[in-house]
Design a protein around this ligand. Structure first.
Ligand code: PHE
Length: 344
């Protein structure tokens, strides 16, 4: 029986030495160590042995089993390691590969100019106010000293929704709404950026929808010189230190006196060029001292308080700043146009 065991060991070890893959190893494990294998069979037959022989054969049988198990385990460890290595190799990430660049958007030039102008005025202590684009006739016109049938309403051809509701034609209604909210408190110091709508035929310089920024200051003792100083500071921050302004008398129903404000042409520095039509000046905003009637309607005593207001077109500023020749570029979303502003 001892010889049988030893030859079984020989046979098993020689077969194991030729194992080539996991499947063959599994098969041999079952063949030699399984319940129906020769080793189990021999151990089961030990009952027939004499009491002296039994421990000796038992010991040999255990040694044979141990030797076979040892080889199988060693092989199994090799296979496990090989499998782990293969998986690690397959899952390797090449950190030196160049990444796939994410498509990068750009801030729209109109948003960019709004942000810039907001920054300038916030730096001067203003806060930013907003209001609805669909507005009541009262806020858009009446409270701004433009009663029904006032001829100056024709200055701003409007899109009416109903008799009393329209798309706001300027951001001035935000002035009125802000004054109403402040209930006579001072100082009022706001700018209001936003979209406005006018019945206009679209062309290179006109759009039925565009963007305005309006400014309003109310306090005791606000004078025209405050308006001028504020605007000069503003345009010099926006267009450069050497920019000058000039004020021309004008008319708005909600300001008195009113002034149209020109800046020296940023393209030619005032020398005269195509952009300024050889005048050296560019008109950029409307302004004036808040009309006493407007103050009164909003609950401010015009004998005590005074204020100034101004309004500018953001598209016009953006067109000047970035030398854009057609206002329609801002709304047609042509990527070739928009991508030029990625680095601003
Ligand atoms: N609201 C005027 C417009 O749209 C601009 C303006 C604002 C003029 C404030 C004077 C004062 O034309």
């Amino acid at each position: 029986m001892k010889e049988r065991l030893l030859s079984l060991k020989e046979e098993a070890l020689s077969e194991l030495s030729q194992v080539e893959n996991q499947q063959q190893l599994n098969d041999l494990r079952i063949k030699y160590l399984g319940k129906k294998g020769p080793l189990t069979e021999i151990l089961r037959g030990m009952g027939a042995l004499s009491a002296e022989e039994r421990p000796i054969i038992g010991q040999v049988a255990n040694e044979v089993r141990g030797a076979i198990e040892e080889v199988i385990e060693a092989k199994q460890a090799d296979y496990n390691a090989a499998e782990t290595n293969a998986r690690l190799a397959a899952e390797t990430i090449d950190v030196t590969l160049p990444g796939r660049p994410a498509a990068r958007g750009a801030v729209h030039p109109i948003s960019k100019v709004i942000q810039e102008i907001e920054d300038i005025f916030v730096g001067m202590g203003y806060t930013v106010a907003e209001g609805p684009e669909v507005e009541q006739d009262y806020y858009n016109f009446e409270a701004l000293n433009l009663p029904k049938n006032h001829p100056a309403r024709d200055m701003q051809d409007s899109f009416y929704v109903t008799d009393e509701i329209l798309m706001r034609t300027h951001t001035s209604p935000v002035q009125v709404r802000t004054m109403e909210k402040m209930k006579g408190e001072v100082p009022v110091k706001i700018i209001c950026p936003g979209r406005v709508y006018r019945r206009d035929d679209d062309d290179a310089t006109h759009s039925h929808m565009f963007t305005q920024i309006e400014g309003l200051v109310i306090d005791k003792g606000i004078r025209m010189s405050d308006l001028k100083g504020t605007l000069l500071q503003f345009v010099q921050e926006l267009f450069g230190k050497n920019t000058q302004i000039r004020m021309r008398p004008s008319f708005f129903p909600f300001t008195e006196p009113s002034a149209e404000v020109d800046v020296t042409c940023a393209m030619c520095g005032g020398q005269g060029c195509r952009v300024c039509k050889h005048t050296g000046w560019l008109e950029i905003l409307g302004s004036g001292m808040v009309h006493p009637r407007v103050l009164e309607m909003a609950g401010y005593d015009p004998e005590v308080y005074s204020g100034f207001a101004f309004g500018l077109g953001v598209e016009r500023v953006a067109m000047l700043k970035y030398d854009i020749e057609d206002i329609r570029h801002f709304y047609t979303n042509d990527l070739r146009f928009l991508k030029q502003f990625v680095h601003l």
